[in-house]
Design a protein around this ligand. Structure first.
Ligand code: PMP
Length: 306
């Protein structure tokens, strides 16, 4: 459940939480015409810092560009707004949700004449897959739902409408007693979770699914790939068959919300030892080390709150 904060940044100003509302005839509510981001800020030893704020904002503009949606603020303005949303709500760590959407103005499907509204909320949000998930790992299933076919709903855009697919995947999984579902793409190769990218380890090699497999190109995915190379691991982005899920030594999800979450079983088949594996542990510690000061931020991924 959502824990309200004091303010939400909306269309250029901080408005009180209760007043940050939209009209029921907003285009996005009817047709899914929104683009958004999920960004975390961590309370580091040197103060609160955003993790890779600029790449996240860039992806927001990329998503908007695919949908020909002109965001009426530039990236520097939205970065300032992210800072304001954390600072003015008095948060030390936060999950930020920037959202741009086609607002109130047209009834038909064609969105081009609708105004574009923008908001940024900063909230407290703990471990996405539950407090024990990061340590013990989660039980997942393969979804009976595929991700979208190429040239239908583009998965490189993080758009509201894409999450209808994700909702089908996660509802099916949780109603069947799993923490999350892994979807295949329309060609039957592994894609990703409903809100996470997928990593698989076998014989010391780290695999992740490629951008051509209907994934969102995750920023945590990119960060973990970078860290894995830095630590000397062999990494391969390649198409992966479903059955590798049952043969993996280790497996984990990545995502801003899910962070680095180990997977301990798939479809009831135990992964490796059925707990967080050794390479997963190294990468998870390297990732969280960025925020507790144990991993050097060689890439300037942290943007300190101002
Ligand atoms: N795939 C999907 C479908 C997602 O919603 C997310 C979360 N944004 C991810 C992957 C992971 O992306 P990121 O690491 O940039 O949060």
């Amino acid at each position: 459940s959502i824990k309200p904060t004091k303010f939400i940044w909306m269309n250029g100003e901080l408005v009180e939480w209760e007043k940050a509302t939209v009209h029921v005839m907003s285009h996005a509510l009817h047709y899914g015409s929104s683009v958004f981001e999920g960004i975390r800020a961590y309370n580091t030893p040197n103060g609160p810092a955003f993790f890779r704020l600029q790449p996240h904002l860039r992806r927001l503009y990329d998503s908007a560009k695919i949908y020909r949606m002109p965001i009426p603020f530039d990236q520097a303005q939205l970065a300032d707004a992210c800072h304001a949303a954390v600072r003015e709500n008095g948060l030390n760590s936060a999950y930020l949700r920037p959202l741009a959407w086609r607002g109130y103005g047209v009834l038909g499907v064609n969105p081009l004449a609708a105004p574009v509204d923008v908001m940024i909320a900063a909230l407290e949000w703990g471990a996405y897959l539950g407090p024990e998930a990061l340590e013990l790992g989660v039980d997942v299933c393969v979804s009976s739902w595929n991700r979208t076919a190429p040239n239908t709903i583009p998965t490189m855009a993080k758009a509201g409408g894409n999450y209808l697919s994700s909702q089908l995947i996660v509802m099916e999984a949780t109603l069947n007693g799993y923490a999350e579902g892994i979807a295949l793409d329309v060609n039957g190769v592994l894609s990703e979770g409903s809100g996470e990218n997928l990593f698989i380890i076998r014989d010391g090699v780290i695999y992740t699914t490629p951008v051509t497999a209907a994934i969102l190109p995750g920023i945590t995915r990119d960060s973990v790939l970078t860290l894995a190379k830095e630590y000397g691991y062999e990494v391969r982005e390649q198409a992966l068959p479903r059955e590798i899920l049952y043969l993996a030594d280790e497996m984990f999800f990545t995502g801003t919300a899910a962070e680095v979450s180990p997977i301990r079983s798939v479809d009831g088949v135990q992964v490796g030892e059925g707990k967080r594996g050794p390479i997963t542990t190294v990468l998870q510690e390297a990732f969280f080390g960025l925020f507790n000061g144990k991993t050097e931020d060689k890439w300037n991924w942290l943007e300190y709150l101002r």
